[in-house]
Write a protein that binds this ligand. Structure first.
Ligand code: XBP
Ligand code: MG
Length: 254
């Protein structure tokens, strides 16, 4: 059994609760700016989250709900242009500090650095969204803390395909059994398990009913010493907030 060497984090829903009050709001701002009478409610957005990738989500919406929609141009370029404006609005939200990191995330990242663990990111979201989230919450230098930031269109197939995790590990020249993955959704765990990664889940409002079979542990949050997590599935081995000692035990247990 390899020693735990690296932590690979998903972004949306894991590092921060970005979907309901972040991405969804930015999509609606882009629709309004484009003069479209589209509005993705919290509920509808939850349905559209079945597909990863913002451009892909726009296309799903059109194909599923607006079959006779005439974009006036090729749908792929229409979706890409609309998505670019959505990203502009999302980055504004991040810069405003509207989207904080989830409970325990900053503490765990800092503890991992002290412990000498390698850090990486494997996400479907647009690369700029990652750097803006990190710098707006952890400061400018935090981007350097992550050896690899694997994001968005860098791979041909997005989650639930394993590509983004496999690509990140190739860049790090590391094998899955020396890593742990952190995810929040069914698409996410399908991706990390297909990449042969032990996976710790923290659920959120959109994913609490997802099937996390195969996860090492399912929690409501990483937690803090004064605000413990709730175990939803698996054995936390007597711990009540996620720290490096717990992760090493999780990694080493068969
Ligand atoms: C979540 C996604 C992303 C975001 C929106 O990514 O599926 O598409 O919802 O970001 P992950 P973009 O959970 O893998 O971090 O609009 O930039 O795609
Ligand atoms: Mg996610």
């Amino acid at each position: 059994m390899s020693k735990l060497e690296a932590l690979i984090f998903d972004v949306d829903g894991t590092l921060a609760d970005t979907e309901k009050d972040g991405h969804r709001v930015a999509f609606n701002q882009a629709f309004t700016e484009a003069g479209l009478d589209w509005n993705w409610s919290v509920e509808l957005y939850g349905e559209l989250l079945q597909v990863t990738g913002g451009k892909e989500r726009i296309r799903l919406y059109i194909e599923k709900f607006l079959q006779d929609f005439d974009a006036g141009e090729e749908i792929t370029s229409f979706a890409a242009n609309l998505h670019q404006r959505k990203t502009h609005f999302y980055l504004e939200l991040l810069q405003s500090g509207a989207i904080p990191l989830r409970s325990g995330v900053e503490r765990l990242i800092r503890e991992a650095r002290v412990a000498g663990l390698r850090l990486a990111i494997a996400t479907t979201t647009t690369p700029a969204n990652v750097s803006y989230l990190l710098t707006s919450t952890l400061g400018e230098e935090s981007i350097e803390w992550f050896e690899v930031i694997a994001a968005g269109d860098i791979v041909p197939a997005k989650k639930p395909a394993p590509d983004i995790y496999t690509w990140a590990m190739q860049q790090m020249n590391i094998s899955p059994d020396a890593c742990l993955a952190f995810e929040d959704s069914l698409n996410g765990i399908k991706s990390s398990l297909a990449a042969n990664l032990k996976t710790l889940i923290t659920v959120n409002g959109y994913t609490s009913d997802d099937d996390f079979s195969g996860a090492e542990l399912v929690l409501d949050q990483f937690g803090e010493p004064q605000s413990p997590f709730t175990v939803l599935q698996g054995d936390a081995m007597g711990h009540n907030y996620v720290n490096i000692e717990m992760l090493q035990k999780l990694h080493d247990r068969s």
